[in-house]
Every structure is written in C-alpha cells, then in structure tokens.
Design a protein around this ligand. Structure first.
Ligand SMILES: *[C@@H]1O[C@H](CO)[C@@H](O)[C@H](O)[C@H]1NC(C)=O
Ligand SMILES: *[C@@H]1O[C@H](CO)[C@@H](O)[C@H](O)[C@H]1NC(C)=O
Ligand SMILES: *[C@@H]1O[C@H](CO)[C@@H](O)[C@H](O)[C@H]1NC(C)=O
Length: 286
C-alpha cells in the first residue's frame, strides 16, 4: 500500500475516533455536569424530621410532567422564607443540618426541592428542565398563603447560584435578597479550569447557564446581594465570583471572600454565618 494511502487511513480512523469521543462527550455531558447519580444520592434522601424539623413533604408537577419532591419547612416566627438552590452533587437531604441551624438560630422558614433527576424527583437534569423546575417552585411559593406573606431569600451555591440568578432576573419583584456562593459566569467558562484537555471544545457544551449575561439583566438596583467566595475553589475559578459581583447592577451588594475556602467547604469557614446573619439583619429579613 502507498504510504499516502496508509496515512490517509490512519488520519481517517483518528478522525472517526475523535468525532466519536466528541459525540459521546456531547451526548453524555449532562452526566458530568449534573452528577446527581453519584454517592447513592438518588436512592435515599434524609428527611427534616431526622433533624427535629417539622415539614410538609410535597410533590410539585411541572408543566412538562416531571414530579419534583420538596420539603416545606415552615417556621411560624419567620419574617422570610429561604428558597435553597442546591449545588450539583448530592441531594436536598445533605442540606438539612444547615436547615436546622437556619430554622433554630435565624427563625427562618426553609423551602428545599430536588431538581429533576436529583434525589427522589423524576426526570433527567438539563438547563432547560431545571429552569422549568425553578419556575414551578416560584409559582408554588407565590400561591402559598404562608410563603407569600413573607419575604423571599434565594440562596444558591454553585449550580444553585446559576438557578438563583435566573430566578432573580425573571422574578425580581418577588425576591427580597439573593445570596450566592461559589457560582460561575457560565459552564463553558468553567470547563477549561476543571478539564484543561477540553478547553478547545468547550463551545460544544450545550448546558450554558449564562449567569454572566443573566445577572446584568436584573432590573432592580436595590435588590440586596451577598457574594460568598472561597479563594481556594478548585471547581469554579475564583475570578468568576469577582466578575459576577462587578456585573451585578445592584447598588446594595456585598462581596466577602474566604481565603482558605474551597468549592465545598466555604460554608464551614469561620465567620461565614456571621456575615450571613449581618446581611439578613441589615435587610430586615430576620
Ligand atoms: C415562636 O416564638 C414563640 C414566642 O417566642 C415561641 O414560644 C415558639 O417556640 C417559637 N416557635 C418556633 C418554631 O421557633
Ligand atoms: C428568633 O425568635 C426568638 C423567639 O421569638 C427570638 O428570641 C430570637 O431573638 C430570634 N432570633 C433571631 C435571630 O431573630
Ligand atoms: C466535595 O463534595 C463532593 C460531593 O459531596 C465530594 O465528592 C468531594 O469529595 C468534595 N470535595 C472536597 C474537596 O471536599
């Protein structure tokens, strides 16, 4: 065989392999971006009563027929309800120790729900789907006598931050404060940091979560924002939080950094809850 022909064949199969892997990456990226399957988080979800909290176990049906599981943890003495937008690993049960603290120390009501494909909710996660879920929850809260008579705080960590920014833009009038922790400008801009090998194919990522654009479009410069950033975040490049803060149109925003906070453990850094409490008190939410 001609060397030329062999070369062509080799290149040809390489191209097939590369496009097959890119194709797989395109199809299976949701498994990487939304690791809801990991750690048995789809098999078992702790319940608030295990933490001594009263709650209602809810199932909300989305407009496209997905069943979302939620915990409605009501505190009669609460001024506000905190809607918790969870990060992309684990399930809502993981947040319950914090929920107990918020309920007992800050007198808050807490609303937790599992995104589609997470915990015991049905369906598969996707950006489009999670936004429908968020709309569904907002619709539920604004129609609940209990919650609509209270102020609303959105608390989003990581992927939850992208959900919170989406909701703050879409339902600005209903929101009273936004707390964001270690969230990103967009998924595409996180990829080169987490998977350097994929930096040239980041454009193929169909899950975008364009918070960089979304935050600019929030039409209320008085909505209070608190940004909590771990400077040792190994998943989201720390400059993302800085830039989101800069882009946030609110004149009432605060940026707090935790020098040794990583992606997961910023929430347990010294002073974290002191800052949150000051923020909530300042805006008459507790
Ligand atoms: C609400 O406040 C009242 C009066 O201080 C107290 O007796 C009650 O235990 C509180 N309820 C909750 C859920 O904290
Ligand atoms: C929570 O409620 C209790 C009882 O009403 C009150 O004593 C306490 O100061 C409240 N805590 C906060 C942080 O507002
Ligand atoms: C962060 O949390 C995830 C999911 O809970 C866990 O798999 C991972 O090991 C944690 N990473 C660190 C640095 O704690």
């Amino acid at each position: 065989m001609h060397l030329y022909k062999i070369g062509k064949m080799v290149l040809g199969s390489a191209a097939v392999i590369v496009s097959a892997s890119l194709g797989a990456l395109y199809l299976y990226q949701n498994k990487l971006i939304y690791p809801s399957w990991a750690q048995g988080a789809r098999d078992h979800v702790d319940t608030p009563d295990q933490y001594g909290l009263p709650y209602e176990d809810l199932t909300l049906t989305t407009s496209d027929g997905v069943l979302l599981k939620a915990f409605d943890i009501r505190n009669e003495n609460s001024t506000a309800t905190m809607l918790v937008l969870c990060p992309n690993a684990g399930n809502i049960g993981y947040f319950l120790p914090v929920a107990r603290f918020l309920y007992n120390e800050f007198n808050l009501s807490i609303f937790l729900y599992s995104y589609r494909g997470y915990g015991l909710s049905t369906g598969f996660p996707s950006e489009r789907g999670l936004k429908i879920d968020a709309d569904t929850v907002m619709d539920h809260l604004t129609n609940s006598e209990f919650h609509k008579s209270r102020k609303l705080i959105l608390y989003g960590r990581s992927l939850g931050g992208a959900n919170a920014i989406y909701l703050a833009r879409k339902f600005t009038d209903i929101c009273d404060a936004i707390i964001l922790e270690n969230t990103f400008l967009s998924i595409r801009k996180v990829i080169p940091y987490v998977f350097p090998m994929l930096k040239n194919v980041a454009f193929m990522c169909h899950e975008v979560w364009d918070s960089e654009q979304e935050i600019v479009n929030i039409q209320d410069d008085t909505l209070p924002f608190l940004f909590l950033a771990g400077l040792r975040d190994e998943i989201v490049p720390p400059p993302h939080m800085k830039l989101l803060y800069k882009l946030c149109p609110s004149s009432c925003k605060r940026f707090i950094e935790f020098p040794i906070g990583s992606h997961n453990d910023t929430i347990i850094q010294d002073g974290y809850w002191v800052v949150v409490k000051e923020f909530l008190q300042k805006h008459n939410l507790i």
